[in-house]
Design a protein around this ligand. Structure first.
Ligand SMILES: Nc1ncnc2c1ncn2[C@@H]1O[C@H](COP(=O)(O)OP(=O)(O)OP(=O)(O)O)[C@@H](O)[C@H]1O
Length: 304
């Protein structure tokens, strides 16, 4: 039976000298779902993932997997499988021998090596030297290594990097089936559109801080607004504005409303006898919703 596999990040800060890579970050990743870890470049995703698997030590706070620090697990590969940045693999070895060496040093049976090679689709090239592998084949090998110990928790840093469209579909299906088996699947990306197709839940960070911790549906709803056209736009605007509602006058007689749906706007207009000429829900693209969320947290901007 798999242990529960829950990941807890509790008030974690990581400083490199004076640079704060992760800033008082807290969240929990639950089993049975794919949790996407999103943020612009430099947001602190890789640093957080390295701390989960004990490759980096938090300056403050703690990271627990199954209630313990990674290093305290008797057989870490069997509890947590990780694909971190494209790792340097001994290039003269074949994929099979690379995985076999890992298996033998961790008490994992030889037949599991064959199993994971099949699972990631590397059968044809398993006996070839890893040095000749494409980036995509290297990623598949990294996923095979992460799965070797049949762990309850999987942590994958940008696994779609270097994969072709067929490879991207493959990893999406694989992650979903691993989650359906009850495992914890925590996967980072800087692409909202990819995560929206793969993940159930999203943790969004920027500049090392938590920006959102919500379902995919909730995050994508952030970008929704309604376009309203009315002769009495100014009067309607005053009636609609509220603590959670913003109204922008985008052109004379046209408002863009965030925080109310079209039926709520229609009711307010009706109650005050304001005739509407247009009432159009607008759904921003996922990338727009993401940009909107992280706009204040992008570390590097191109000089204008
Ligand atoms: N070993 C290190 N020494 C100094 N600074 C570091 C180190 N590792 C990361 N950083 C800095 O910490 C911040 C967070 O980096 P991190 O790699 O965790 O971000 P990321 O969200 O994974 O970004 P990317 O998608 O570009 O990999 C960056 O500003 C980075 O320059």
């Amino acid at each position: 039976m798999h242990p529960t596999g829950v990941i807890e990040v509790n008030g974690v800060t990581k400083r490199y000298g004076t640079r704060v890579a992760v800033d008082d970050l807290s969240f929990t990743v639950s089993p049975g779902a794919v949790t996407g870890f999103l943020g612009p470049n430099g947001a602190g995703k890789s640093t957080t993932m390295r701390m989960i698997v004990g490759l980096d030590r938090p300056t403050a706070g703690e990271v627990l997997v199954n209630g313990r620090h990674y290093a305290e697990h008797a057989a870490p590969l069997r509890e947590v499988g990780a694909l971190l940045e494209a790792k340097a693999v001994h290039t003269g070895r074949s994929a099979y021998h690379h995985l076999l060496a890992m298996a033998l040093t961790h008490g994992i049976p030889r037949r599991r090596v064959e199993e994971v090679i099949d699972l990631v689709g590397l059968q044809e090239v398993a006996r070839k030297r890893v040095g000749g592998f494409s980036l995509g084949m290297g990623q598949r090998l990294g996923v095979a290594a992460a799965l070797l110990g049949d762990p309850a928790t999987l942590i994958l840093d940008e696994p779609v990097n270097g994969l072709d469209p067929e490879g991207v579909r493959w990893i999406r299906t694989l992650l979903r089936s691993l989650a359906a088996e009850g495992r914890t699947v925590f996967v980072s990306s800087h692409l909202m559109s990819e995560m929206a197709l793969t993940a159930d839940h999203l943790i969004v960070i920027g500049k090392g801080r938590l920006i959102a911790n919500a379902s995919v549906a909730e995050v994508t709803a952030i970008g929704r607004s309604v376009r309203v056209r009315a002769q009495e736009a100014a009067r309607l605007r005053d009636l609609l504005v509220g603590p959670d509602v913003t109204v922008d006058a985008v052109e004379p007689g046209v408002l863009q409303v965030n925080g109310l749906d079209s039926s709520a706007i229609g009711r307010v207009a009706c109650e005050h006898s304001i005739a509407l000429d247009e009432l159009t829900p607008i759904t921003a693209s996922l990338e727009e919703a993401f940009m909107d969320l992280t706009k204040d947290a992008v570390e590097f901007r191109e000089a204008s």
